[in-house]
Design a protein around this ligand. Structure first.
Ligand code: 5GP
Length: 191
């Protein structure tokens, strides 16, 4: 997605530890016009798949998922929570995730009320690195008996193993920008 790639080149910052910061338009301040274009693009790619629910993980995925849902007939957005909160009552689907950016392992949880066997779920996240976050979300959808239509990722770091691992499992993965590598602090995309 060309406008996304141009924006990453203009405003993205490469940090130590293979981390790309996109705080000015995606992860902290959010550019809503860009998010709307991202939503449109995922609709184009997953059109006709009968998506009726969007699943993401807090916190960075939520804003993106909302923008995407508007292009899927305002499908409900469910976000997996990272900590057990008092607001989560009833039974939960739970899966373990190790965070790439924080290096910690935590449970992600979704109330059983919000995922059902008939659901056709599109999983959305901001970044794909080692694939841990997506594996957790895929596991939760599988536990619920719903169907994962595919995963939509805004920025895939193609030099980390997540993308290959998930594609080898036969999961449909659509990434709007795939980074091949970082070179002298600059982003180089894969074509
Ligand atoms: P994974 O589970 O695929 O290893 O990592 C994905 C998660 O880690 C994403 O939800 C995202 O929040 C975070 N993440 C991974 N790599 C980056 C990065 O380069 N920049 C930012 N901002 N977040 C990242």
């Amino acid at each position: 997605m060309e406008i996304l790639k141009q924006r990453i080149l203009k405003d993205g910052n490469v940090k130590e530890g293979n981390v790309l910061k996109v705080d000015s338009f995606l992860n902290h301040q959010m550019d809503i016009r860009l998010l709307d274009e991202i939503g449109k693009e995922f609709r184009r790619r997953f059109d006709g798949e009968g998506v009726n629910k969007i699943l993401t993980i807090e916190a960075s995925g939520i804003g993106i998922a909302v923008a995407v849902a508007q292009h899927f007939d305002y499908a409900p957005v469910v976000f997996a929570k990272k900590s057990k909160s008092k607001n989560l009552d009833g039974e939960l689907y739970t899966s373990k995730v190790t965070s790439f950016t924080r290096g910690t392992t935590f449970d992600v949880q979704v109330s059983k009320k919000y995922l059902n066997p008939g659901d056709r779920v599109l999983i959305i996240d901001d970044f794909l690195a080692k694939g841990q976050a997506l594996m957790g979300l895929l596991d939760i959808v599988a536990q619920s008996g719903a169907t994962t239509v595919g995963c939509g990722i805004v920025i895939e770091k193609g030099f980390q193993e997540g993308g290959q691992m998930l594609r080898e499992k036969g999961i449909r993965l659509e990434s709007l920008a795939i980074i091949d590598h970082f070179e002298d602090g600059h982003v180089v995309f894969r074509n």
